[in-house]
Design a protein. Structure first.
Length: 65
């Protein structure tokens, strides 16, 4: 149960990060690429940390076992 919940949060963080990264390329201003790149990593790290606390040592990317 905890592993499935952790995996769900991990995948949700990964998908939100992917969306934020793709959306940053469509930014009309075209500046602050580094800030957009760094900010898009926070959901992935948050989901990974939550899964790490629930399950134990896991890979940063959810599709790697």
């Amino acid at each position: 149960m905890k592993s499935n919940l952790g995996l769900l949060f991990h995948w949700a963080g990964f998908l939100v990060s992917c969306f934020m990264l793709v959306a940053s390329f469509y930014d009309a201003s075209g500046d602050e690429h580094l800030i957009h790149f760094l900010a898009s990593g926070f959901p992935l790290l948050g989901g990974w940390l939550l899964r790490l606390c629930l399950v134990g040592r896991v890979s940063l990317l959810p599709f790697i076992k």
